[in-house]
Design a protein around this ligand. Sequence first.
Ligand code: PEP
Ligand code: MG
Length: 324
Amino acid sequence: LADGLAAERDLPCETLDGIQVPLWVNTGLGGDNGQSLAQGAQGVGLYRTEVPFMIQERFPSEQEQARIYRTQLEAFAPQQVTMRTLDIGGDKDLPYFPIEEANPFLGWRGIRVTLDHPEVFLAQIRAMLRASEGLENLRIMLPMIASTHEVDEALSLLQRAKRELRQEGVRFQDPPVGVMIEVPAAVFQVEALAQRVHFLSVGSNDLTQYLLAVDRNNSRVAHLYSAFHPSVLQALQRIVRGAHARQRSVSICGELAGDPAGALLLLAMGYDALSMNAPNLAKVKRALRQVHLAQVQALLADVLTLDTAQQVYAHVERFMHDVG
Ligand code: PEP
Ligand code: MG
């Protein structure tokens, strides 16, 4: 089986009727890069920048960050690298910046923290911009967005960072900026958010947790957590429609994209790219290469009539068994 999957590596990721689906990887630790490239990744859909912050004993300086980001950009150039600004809080704590709250997933997390600490946000985006000098593959992405306010504020800090760097004579790429759709409120304002940025990316891990009110790390309720829940699927479909109505591309970087059953449904919905952990690339590509678009669109129409995540998953599994 492993040999069969290895043989897929150099084949294009396209359906039987020639629809190309870009496959990207999620990265964080430098060690991922070699494996991702070896597996044929076409870019980075999510670089979790909190990882370099977590392995330090204090906030890394702008220079230190710029060096780390440069390595990441160079490893994948000319393929794009989507760098997410710091997403701490929730289950991700920095030892030197403890956040103690009764409900951390509903508290001070992601963009909320960095907008309250513009010096942290500015140092990070300045470092990303510095790292991009002479390259053209940086994209910047904002996590945990729940309102247009947050996007406007973040964009104005980005403008300030660019202005200051120009004054300092630093050269950099003017990168596309995107927003993560992972809070239910963002699903219903997807058009207004899309209007403000260049691209969207769905964080299905958090979106599932927040839509179903199920802590993604609590084993007692793990059986209730599924991105195949009909409400999650409706939300995912709503997001693509809103993004495309505003002519914005939309990818997905949650675990759902790395599950072949999820990837087929996301293709049917019209997602423009799928980003996943490197070990999932080969099996997702194999699943996508076995289907016609019309076939998975019919599959999606069928599963959208079902009432439970279990029924949806079983239905998609039967389909995969029949085609594969
Ligand atoms: C997500 O929420 O789906 C996501 C990709 O981000 P993280 O898992 O880092 O919260
Ligand atoms: Mg998330």
